[in-house]
Design a protein around this ligand. Structure first.
Ligand code: SAH
Length: 252
């Protein structure tokens, strides 16, 4: 049973309505009030809601209005769900929503979701970590209306030449690529831009640092896409030790 004195923040997953968690599905199907991030989540998810559930698209609302809907719902004994794209822990702005709820003495619970960088990996059938090629993934964005700390510039991360998943930046692909090159990735570093990962109209554009920006511009992709960069997308590969016959079994 869910506790209607709290607000539930639920990760909706990257798009495919079957990629919400079972827990997310259960709570969504019992919710009385759902406030969903309409510009990114798949509206087919709302078909899981019960008849009579009130659904509000937050694309047209500002923080105060979202808070008011949540607070009124809880005060009226309703089960309130805030449904956001991917997982809540990346660019989710749940902290500020939680702060606003706290002013009304209302708490929240988060239900994890499948982030779009994971949906994109499944779409490509790749691993971000490839033995002896890359063992780390940088998740970042280019500075926009929300600035990024100087130590976290794309250029600085590029110096590591590891796998990168860049959110919220495809509209500035030319700048991103310039910073990646300046930072240290060689020109032939593979890049994939995944638009609407796990949606039916998903598009994948592949290239390298010299070709990708033109291809993405020609395809007209300006939002809902991830820029994935690194040698993990390339040919080089080494078998892991994990299933090596000589290796102990305890991590399999
Ligand atoms: N919390 C979300 C990210 C929200 S920020 C998550 O975990 O995925 C919004 C950005 O996420 C978009 O600008 C885009 O870069 C990325 N994004 C969200 N859904 C996507 C999808 N289905 N395919 C590709 N990128 C997506």
């Amino acid at each position: 049973m869910f506790d209607a004195s709290l607000v539930y923040f639920v990760g909706a997953g990257p798009g495919d309505p079957e990629l919400i968690t079972l827990k997310g599905y259960k709570i969504l199907s019992q919710a009385d009030v759902v406030i969903y991030a309409g510009s990114l989540i798949n509206k087919e998810l709302l078909e899981y809601c019960k008849d009579g559930a009130e659904c509000h698209d937050s694309a047209y609302l500002h923080l105060d209005q979202i808070t008011e809907l949540m607070v009124n719902g809880v005060k009226n004994g309703k089960l309130v769900v805030r449904l956001q794209t991917g997982d809540l822990s990346l660019y989710g702005s749940i902290r500020e929503q939680g702060e606003e709820l706290a002013k009304h003495n209302i708490g929240f619970r988060s239900v994890a979701g499948v982030s779009s960088f994971l949906g994109a990996a499944s779409e490509l059938g790749i691993e971000y970590t490839v033995p002896e090629v890359s063992q780390s993934l940088v998740i970042t964005r280019m500075a926009g209306r929300t600035p990024t700390p100087e130590l976290e510039s794309i250029e600085r991360f590029a110096a590591h030449q590891t796998s990168m998943a860049i959110f919220l930046s495809v509209q500035g692909i030319n700048q991103v690529i310039a910073q990646l090159s300046k930072g240290g990735y060689p020109d032939d570093t593979p890049v994939a831009v995944v638009y609407k990962a796990t949606w039916e109209d998903c598009q994948i554009i592949r290239g390298d640092l010299t070709t990708i920006a033109d291809k993405v511009t020609k395809a007209g992709i300006r939002k809902t896409a991830l820029i994935l960069v690194g040698k993990f997308l390339g040919e080089e590969y080494h078998y892991s030790k994990l299933y090596d016959a000589e290796f102990s079994h305890e991590y399999r």
